[in-house]
Write a protein that binds this ligand. Structure first.
Ligand code: AP5
Ligand code: MG
Length: 193
């Protein structure tokens, strides 16, 4: 089992790189953002409640996302491993995840943290907003998402850094070059295991 967190601010390329990584390593992709957008598309009560937070660029409450992840872990008991994308986003979520994985006899192996300057993040997401249809891809909400990231999500790296699990990767430049860097780190860890 190999469990990876792809970490980084909004627009740092988590989703882009996740698609490539799950294909190469056979991991199950768990993106809480995607799961929440599915709930919204299906017009569930959870989705309706979550949309109010997402449209303001605020984090959805911890218990909601932890519940979704618990469900996803239970639905994939035979998985090779998981790639967590956009989760955990608070230290409380990280503690909840650690506990859930421990109960299942595993844990987080590696946190790869993408680093991208704020100007580049805003530019990428404003650009994506022209075609994405995502109601949170406009400059005002993008800025709010970045503030929320700095205040509540950045400390998650500290949580895992204590265990020596965090590696920072420059998230600017070609998508394939960044993918190559990420793979190098994963290969080094899995060889050691
Ligand atoms: P979520 O869906 O997770 O969005 P996000 O973190 O804001 O980040 P994005 O998905 O926008 O960016 P990304 O890093 O995946 O980058 P991407 O590859 O798409 O969360 C949305 C909302 O849901 C949150 O605000 C919150 O309300 C809620 N939520 C989700 N999870 C939660 C949780 N755990 N707890 C509480 N609330 C939660 O790339 C971005 C753009 O850049 C694309 O256009 C891409 O083509 C481009 N790009 C990618 N790589 C490059 C590159 N190397 N060079 C140039 N452009 C690039
Ligand atoms: Mg994403």
């Amino acid at each position: 089992m190999f469990n990876l967190i792809l970490f980084g601010p909004p627009g740092s390329g988590k989703g882009t790189q996740s698609e490539k990584l799950i294909e190469k390593y056979g991991l199950i992709h768990l993106s809480t953002g995607n799961l929440l957008r599915e709930e919204i598309a299906n017009q569930t009560d959870l989705g309706t409640a979550a949309k109010n937070y997402m449209d303001k660029g605020q984090l959805v409450p911890d218990e909601v996302v932890l519940g979704m992840i618990a469900c996803a872990l239970d639905n994939n008991v035979h998985a090779n491993g998981f790639l967590f994308d956009g989760f955990p986003r608070t230290v409380a979520q990280a503690r909840g995840l650690d506990e859930m994985l421990q109960q299942r006899g595993s844990g987080i192996d590696l946190v790869l943290a993408l680093e991208v300057t704020e100007d580049e993040l805003v530019q990428r997401l404003v650009n994506r907003g022209k075609t994405s249809g995502r109601s949170d891809d406009n400059e005002e909400v993008i800025r709010a998402r970045i503030v929320e990231y700095e205040n509540k999500t950045a400390p998650v790296a500290g949580h895992y850094a204590e265990a020596g699990k965090v590696v920072y990767i420059k998230g600017e430049g070609g998508v394939d070059d960044i993918f190559h860097e990420l793979c190098g780190q994963i290969n080094a860890r899995t060889r050691m295991a």
